[in-house]
Design a protein around this ligand. Structure first.
Ligand code: SF4
Length: 393
């Protein structure tokens, strides 16, 4: 893992741009590096300014803890640019424990950009099956083709952001970890830590807005040496210590820098406008014909379900309410996707007659294992087939 020099870590910070700047300090226009000697005085006040003033101690406490306590993860144990990119794509919408077996299988079957670039889309999507948000797999595939066609991969966050599926966070993570680029990663975890460290009571309408606001502070705290390790330490702290509901403050390595902890109610931060939860009802149909099951295949351009098969909705299969109501209710499933709470009712109905749309396919039950089914639907179909075979159907 390369370690580069950071301009951010050495520069004077644009103090006027930091949130909640204390007027007296603003007028003084001091050098933050020189100010560290007085940091104990400012750490007593909840502001980004005091935290930046104490950044050398903060960085050292955080990094020391990370090097002694970080979880052993495959992309950290044997770091490579490819492994970092694959793990960052998988972790965009997925928890680490879920991603681990996928990462292992992926690295075994597609061990580098060149292997991924020449793999078929069907193979890529099959390896991704169950992780959801399949546009990530398709973007990773396209990205590998672009990287494989170049003499060498780009090294700056700006250049990485021009590649498929790479936003500011992913670009900062990849380039800081692989090339030591001075780029700060700011996601929900980092927002939570920074909001608590500074006891920032601003109300943000969503986490993307909060991330934008805290980016300047995150950059100001980034060290010149090993910015990738610092970024990973922040992520690790958010994932294992500064938890959303029950932060483990007593074992926190940056406890002495934390304004929210001193106030006594860290869970109150950050202030995010609560999301409105919307209820949705979906009716799906279970149609069988001569040992085959009717499934709907999503378009390859679909963001969440690209080329995945699912049980069709009544509408997709051309059934009206009366026809569905005449069928037999097999199961009712509940799940949450982003802000939606969805109740899905699955009805057994007779096979439809006439010509079907190209997105509806009959799949022999013996071939279900070979196709790409979305995670919940593979589970539901397995349960329903299992229930029936136990009932002797
Ligand atoms: S002291 Fe507590 S609230 Fe503050 S950063 Fe550490 S874990 Fe989070």
């Amino acid at each position: 893992m390369a370690s580069g020099q950071s301009a951010v870590g050495q520069a004077k910070v644009d103090v006027a741009a930091l949130p909640k700047w204390n007027t007296a300090q603003k007028t003084a226009g001091f050098s933050l590096a020189g100010f560290c000697v007085f940091s104990w005085l400012f750490v007593a006040q909840p502001s980004p300014t005091s935290l930046v003033a104490a950044k050398v101690g903060f960085q050292s406490a955080l990094l020391g803890w990370y090097r002694g306590h970080a979880r052993r993860l495959p992309w950290r144990e044997s770091p490579s640019l490819y492994g970092t990119v694959v793990s960052e794509f998988m972790l965009q919408q997925t928890q680490i424990k879920t991603a681990l077996p996928y990462f292992a299988r992926w690295m075994e079957e597609l061990p580098g950009f060149a292997a991924l670039a020449v793999a078929s889309e069907a193979r890529v999507l099959k390896l991704w099956e169950g992780l959801g948000y399949y546009s990530r797999a398709r973007n990773l595939h396209r990205l590998a083709r672009e990287i494989a066609a170049r003499p060498e991969p780009p090294r700056t966050p700006e250049a990485w952001q021009e590649l498929p599926g790479v936003g500011p966070y992913t670009a900062a993570a990849i380039t800081s970890i692989a090339f030591g680029a001075p780029a700060a990663c700011v996601d929900g975890n980092v927002v939570r830590i920074l909001a608590r460290l500074t006891a920032d009571g601003t109300e943000f309408r969503d986490s993307a807005t909060a991330a934008k606001t805290f980016t300047l502070l995150a950059e100001a705290l980034l060290p010149a040496q090993a910015p990738g390790d610092h970024n990973q330490a922040m992520m690790e702290l958010g994932a294992t210590v500064c938890l959303r509901q029950n932060p483990l403050c007593t074992v926190c390595p940056v406890l002495t820098f934390c304004a929210a902890r001193r106030e006594g109610d860290p869970v109150a931060y950050p202030h995010l406008t609560p999301k409105k939860i919307e209820q949705r009802a979906v009716t799906r149909v279970w149609c069988e014909r001569r040992g085959s099951l009717l499934l709907h295949r999503a378009a390859s351009s679909a963001r969440r379900l690209a080329s995945q098969h699912e049980l069709p909705t009544a509408e997709q299969a051309g059934f009206n309410e009366t026809q569905v109501a005449a069928g037999r209710l097999l199961a009712t499933k509940k799940r949450s996707i982003t802000r939606f709470q969805i109740t899905e009712s699955i009805y057994a109905v007779p096979a439809p007659h006439g010509k079907m749309g190209p997105d509806l396919v009959w799949v022999p039950r013996t071939k279900l294992e070979a196709i790409t089914l979305s995670g919940p639907h593979r589970r539901w179909i397995g349960e329903l087939l299992g229930t029936r075979s136990r009932a002797g159907g």
